[in-house]
Design a protein around this ligand. Structure first.
Ligand SMILES: [Zn+2]
Length: 339
């Protein structure tokens, strides 16, 4: 699994990340100079305003000063980050670029809003989610997907155990109209009624075409807290996370009391569902991603949920970016629970 996550395709990065994007990331401003753009060299921090030259069209650069070198985006990021172009630096630089600019290729879960199933401009499809926000609740499904394949390699590649797949009723939907060749994730409301299937992409092609997650157009995720219906009424703290996969991973390392808000925004309905379920003066632990959205969400939860609950925010940043990347030891440390 380690290897798979750190796999990096230099060619794909060079195709998708331009010099302009990387320069923007480092807040480097260029001046137009004929065919090329120039500036002070940001690598050796020179003073000559023409030493560093970039061809934006070809996404290549050159320093005519102290560096006396140049190259493509990978070379540039390696020089900026590590001051050299050793293979190990290029690799690290490539991973950084991938992380910064191609979130789809990392295992970012719900970094963006969940796309709705129908992207075509069907007025009915675009209208319905808005109605949901106005208090319309998700209706229970009248069918169940049969013959989901629980042995698809995607699970193993993500370190999801067969027992976990079974527990959450996951599996690859091979055929069918809605989510073919996607991992079907059954979603239940707080009463345990099956209200939707989310289709999780299993390859980059699918992500590019229709997004990482596919949900029915008339489904409102803000009305549901994922995995809440499986929680027994007990006093133990509830763990609130962003993604499905964090729920699954926490479950399999001994923290079954995790629920997900399926994104980085706590809706009013979700707030009510959680506080109603727990009752007053109970504990909740927020464990969100170590990024801006996660931080914002944690601050928001701290303010809103603290009106009724004891809220704690777990800081995962010393260990990983996302809760599902934490080892069992990390999790125990973050949750301040002695093993
Ligand atoms: Zn230079």
């Amino acid at each position: 699994m380690e290897q798979k996550e750190n796999w990096v395709d230099y060619k794909a990065i060079k195709e998708q990340v331009s010099m302009q994007m990387v320069l923007g990331r480092y807040a480097i401003k260029l001046k137009n100079s004929g065919k090329n753009h120039v500036s002070r060299c940001p690598i050796h921090k020179g003073t000559n305003f023409r030493q560093f030259s970039v061809n934006l069209e070809k996404s290549i650069w050159q320093c005519f000063g102290d560096c006396k070198t140049g190259g493509n985006v990978l070379d540039f990021a390696a020089m900026m980050e590590f001051g050299n172009k050793k293979p190990s630096s290029i690799r690290q630089a490539a991973l950084k670029l991938k992380n910064w600019f191609i979130p789809d290729s990392s295992d970012e879960e719900f970094s963006a809003e969940v796309p709705v199933a129908e992207e075509k401009k069907d007025p009915a499809a675009t209208k319905e989610p808005a109605e949901n926000e106005d208090g319309k609740t998700n209706k229970p499904l009248t069918f169940e997907l049969k013959n989901l394949d629980p042995n698809h390699e995607w699970f193993e590649s993500r370190g999801i155990l067969p027992e976990t797949v079974k527990h959450f009723g996951l599996g690859l939907q091979k055929k069918g109209k809605a989510i073919p060749n996607r991992i079907a994730i059954p979603i239940h409301d707080h009463l345990g009624q099956l209200v939707a299937y989310c289709g999780r992409a299993t390859n980059k092609n699918q992500i590019r075409k229709e997004g990482k997650y596919k949900l029915p157009a008339n489904f409102s995720k803000s009305e549901v807290v994922y995995n809440l219906h499986r929680q027994p009424k007990e006093t133990k703290a509830l763990i609130l996370v962003e993604s499905f996969i964090s729920v699954w991973k926490l479950h399999q390392v001994g923290f079954p009391r995790a629920v997900s808000i399926m994104g980085s925004e706590l809706s009013v309905s979700q707030e009510t569902l959680i506080t109603d379920f727990l009752g007053s003066h109970k504990r909740i632990m927020c464990m969100f991603d170590a990024d801006e959205a996660g931080k914002k969400c944690a601050e928001d939860c701290l303010i809103r949920l603290s009106r009724k609950l004891y809220v704690k925010v777990a800081n995962i940043s010393p260990y990983a970016k996302k809760p599902h990347q934490l080892t069992s030891e990390n999790l125990h440390a973050c949750l301040c629970i002695k093993k």
